[in-house]
Design a protein around this ligand. Structure first.
Ligand code: 5GP
Ligand code: ZN
Length: 116
């Protein structure tokens, strides 16, 4: 999977665009959302470019698995002992605006309004 020069999250992952990073390893990067919807709002992003789970493939699946393994320890470090919510918007009806798969990690307050 190649980096996409036109993709903002590829460019953040490559360090070409600055971000407030809270975690990084070879496979994923996590940084603060520019427009936070909760006291803690971090985007956990596989470094390889794929837009949605439908395009993930085997390589992408390994990265998503790794992201899911990283999230509990990251949440702990971010002080989210009381819990947190993960959201992965997929496509237009979900309001996905950046077409590079990302996991929203939200917390730091009781998350009241629930869709599920
Ligand atoms: P989506 O709607 O695609 O699930 O979420 C995209 C998220 O990316 C939004 O919450 C938006 O605030 C965030 N975002 C968009 N551009 C940037 C950026 O350049 N830097 C950071 N840190 N967040 C961004
Ligand atoms: Zn990308």
């Amino acid at each position: 999977m190649e980096l996409d020069k036109n993709c903002i999250f590829c460019r953040i992952a490559a360090g070409e665009i600055p971000s407030d990073k809270v975690y990084e390893d070879e496979q994923v990067v996590a940084f603060k959302d520019l427009n936070p919807q909760a006291p803690v709002h971090v985007l956990v992003v596989p470094k390889a470019h794929f837009a949605t789970l439908a395009e993930m493939g085997e390589e992408g699946a390994e990265l998503v698995k790794h992201a899911m393994q990283v999230i509990p320890q990251l949440a702990k470090r971010l002080g989210l002992a009381g819990g947190y919510r993960l959201i992965v918007n997929q496509g237009a009806d979900a309001g996905q605006t950046v077409m590079h798969l990302h996991i929203h990690l939200l917390g730091g307050t009781p998350l009241g309004e629930k869709i599920v």
